[in-house]
Design a protein around this ligand. Structure first.
Ligand SMILES: [Zn+2]
Ligand SMILES: [Zn+2]
Length: 178
């Protein structure tokens, strides 16, 4: 009559394993940058100080779900991120299924303040760097400067910053003029 207390398999893998679990299982995890949501209930660490890439997305899904004209995201491996309290205080939204479940790809947010934390893809993470604590370190912040714009054809404002502007996905659509 008792249910198994073991968590779903995905909760036992990065980024949902906390730094102590990583150490206990013999992985090294160096805490380089801290990220927190608006209310502070969700806290995470990054083990690398430079993303694999960084971009602005102007797609209409981002406009709707972020309540913003466009979105800023930085790409990381799942192993590069570790939530201090595991899945506690996280809520999930599967954008494909349009359901509040952990189905990839999915949006992850704080279940208390609603701050959007990241898009979890099947293989990678796209996290939202506005939550990172750069502590006045301009060099560190520069590592996260977006290199390009995607879905610029859907933009609600022009951004003449000289960076490449793709009409859809980068490398899979047309480059646009400013
Ligand atoms: Zn919060
Ligand atoms: Zn988008």
């Amino acid at each position: 009559m008792t249910e198994s207390a073991s968590p779903p398999e995905w909760q036992t893998r990065p980024p949902y394993t906390d730094p102590r679990q990583r150490e206990a299982s013999g992985q090294s995890f160096v805490k380089k940058i801290e990220g927190t949501c608006h209310c502070g209930k969700v806290k995470y660490w990054l083990s690398r100080d430079k993303p694999l890439g960084s971009k602005y997305c102007h797609c209409t899904d981002c406009q709707v779900m972020h309540g913003a004209p466009f979105q800023w995201a930085a790409i990381f491996h799942k192993e590069d991120m570790s939530f201090e309290h595991g899945v506690r205080n996280l809520s999930f939204y599967s954008s494909g299924a349009k359901k509040p479940t952990h189905g990839l790809p999915c949006k992850v947010r704080c279940d208390n303040c609603g701050s959007l934390i990241m898009d979890e893809g099947r293989n990678m993470l796209l996290l939202f760097p506005s939550l990172l604590k750069f502590e006045g370190n301009e060099e560190l912040k520069r590592n996260f400067q977006p290199e390009l714009h995607i879905f610029y054809s859907r933009r609600v404002l022009d951004i003449p910053d000289g960076k490449p502007k793709w009409s859809g996905l980068d490398g899979q659509s047309e480059l646009m003029s400013e």
